[in-house]
Ligand binder design. Structure first.
Ligand code: ZN
Length: 325
């Protein structure tokens, strides 16, 4: 944990310098990273020590996880491989698990990185500082590389919704990709909402730094259940009825921003950038991934298209490579 940012880490001016760099010239082409990047830490839920390497990958290959401790067993980051989902999103294939994928997948999608291999030597991704900032900083340092293939977008053609009690999530046709999230938690959070348009929002500045949060009063119960073996004050915002125990917050509405971060990561399991609007109210990982499954199953709800900076209209992809979950 020695390489993690201090818990009172305030965004340095350097971050803004990075995020003000122009995006790649070819925003509608697929991208990978220019050089491998390594992270080590512990998993939030398992407490297991893990070293993870993110490697450049060829166009059209997507995000593929590789368990180096299990003969390089591979699991693609797609809706087909979503496993049981409670406190985090996990992927499973043939009984092999990759856990807590959402922050890394969010960083990759938020930065427009389509193709990488993610090697890890244990079952859970490192929680790092509880946000996606360590990822975005490292990828920006490594550099992004445009590839010779047009990115395929999943363009929403009709409304798809999932409701459960007072919880709700839906995706709707629209230009660009926007995400709105409303939460209603006990004090000190209360009601917060956050709306971002990924075409215009600086993901790296406004969303990536938002950290995971939890309540002190739930801590013992969750520890007893073995669900937060790796939680520390360096990786989770700890809330009490009186306020934030390990402040300061990075944003006044950091919790709502973190929910947006998680949602972007979970929706990345659709396998493509979405063209449409997503609205979520008091949802969580299970509902995020339920929406992905429902969306992929309904072939009348979307089409794959490519975009061209010169021509504003989406061009349908003739032979979709996506297989519904
Ligand atoms: Zn999260």
């Amino acid at each position: 944990m020695a390489n993690l940012p201090h818990r009172n880490f305030v965004l340095p001016a350097l971050v803004y310098a990075f995020t003000e760099d122009p995006l790649p010239d070819s925003p509608h082409l697929e991208h990978t990273i220019s050089a491998p990047v390594e992270f080590s830490g512990i998993g939030l839920h398992s407490g297991a020590a893990v070293t993870m390497r993110v490697l450049p990958a060829s166009a059209g290959s997507g995000v593929v996880f590789r368990r180096t401790d299990l003969d390089n067993f591979e699991i693609a980051a797609t809706g087909r491989n979503v496993a049981r989902v409670s406190y985090a999103t996990s992927l499973m294939r043939q009984g092999v698990l990759i856990s807590t994928t959402e922050h890394l997948l969010s960083a990759l999608l938020g930065m427009g990185i389509d193709n990488v291999i993610v090697e890890l030597d244990n079952l859970e991704l490192p929680i790092l500082d509880g946000s996606a900032l360590p990822y975005t900083l490292a990828f920006r340092r490594a550099g992004l590389k445009a590839q010779r293939r047009r990115r395929q977008y999943l363009r929403i053609l009709k409304d798809v919704e999932v409701r459960e009690g007072g919880k709700f999530i839906g995706v709707y046709p629209g230009q660009g990709y926007s995400v709105s999230y409303s939460i209603d938690f006990p004090a000190p959070i209360g009601r917060q909402s956050c709306r971002v348009d990924l075409a215009t929002t600086a993901y790296e500045r406004d969303i990536a730094p938002a950290r995971t949060f939890g309540w002190r009063e739930d801590e013992q119960k969750l520890r007893d259940m073995g669900l937060i073996r790796g939680a520390t004050e360096e990786s989770v915002i700890v809330l009490t009825r009186d306020g934030v125990q390990n402040g300061p917050l990075r944003f006044q509405d950091e919790c709502a921003r973190h929910k947006v971060l998680d949602l972007i990561g979970d929706l990345a399991l659709a396998g493509h950038h979405i063209l449409g609007h997503v609205i979520a109210e008091r949802a969580g990982h299970a509902m995020h991934t339920a929406l992905v499954s429902r969306l992929l199953r309904d072939r009348s709800a979307w089409q794959l298209v490519t975009l061209d900076a010169e021509k504003p209209h989406p061009v349908p992809v003739p032979a979709p490579r996506l297989v519904p979950a």
